[in-house]
Design a protein. Structure first.
Length: 202
């Protein structure tokens, strides 16, 4: 029986758990909070896992990764990999990353949708001629998106990895998938709705 580990008790972790139950019927699932994982990390470090899903706060993703990488066959990290881009950049230069990168996946799953694959084929085959311009827009009202008190949610807390760039980054992912690497010429982020938060919302 395969061992599967899910770290984090947010809503997305329960979605992963339900999918795993349906996909890997004969599996032993351990679903643990981030706090309890760090309290008992030696216990998990000494056990082999077929899949580990890192779905706790993004501020702790890399810390969990370093603990669990050597004994997990496949590691799925919820987006973003970290709320600290410098740490990601530094990690990508290490022997640790080069050793384990082939088994690390991140939760940018929209690129596997049939619709986006069809759009990519249309672009690549130039079925309507050469693509010269793209406009992409996304928006959510966080008041209706998060069930609990908005000001307590990940979305609007910097120390939990919130902010619009971290929360709504699927669009960046699938634009890279469709068009190739992006060269950032100019970018703006600001607070347009919530004034008393420590992250950008636009």
């Amino acid at each position: 029986m395969d061992n599967i580990l899910i770290i984090g008790k947010g809503s997305i972790s329960f979605k992963h758990k339900n999918i795993i139950k349906k996909t890997f019927i004969r599996s032993n699932i351990t679903h643990i909070s981030s706090r309890n994982f760090f309290l008992k990390y030696k216990e998990f470090k000494n056990k082999k896992y077929k899949i580990t899903i890192i779905a706790n706060d993004s501020t702790a993703h890399l810390k969990v990764l370093k603990i669990i990488a050597s004994n997990s066959a496949l590691i799925f990290i919820e987006k973003p990999i970290s709320n600290n881009y410098k740490k990601i950049e530094n990690l990508s230069q290490t022997k640790f990353y080069k050793r384990y990168k082939s088994k690390i996946w991140t939760g940018y799953n929209l690129i596997y949708s049939k619709l986006l694959k069809k759009i990519k084929k249309i672009i690549d085959d130039k079925q309507h001629g050469k693509l010269i311009s793209v406009r992409c827009a996304v928006g959510h009202n966080v008041k209706y998106w998060r069930k609990k008190n908005v000001k307590e949610s990940v979305s609007v807390n910097k120390n939990l990895g919130g902010g619009v760039l971290n929360e709504l980054s699927h669009e960046i992912s699938y634009l890279i998938y469709l068009l190739g690497d992006i060269e950032v010429i100019q970018a703006h982020s600001l607070k347009s709705y919530f004034k008393n938060i420590d992250v950008e919302d636009s």
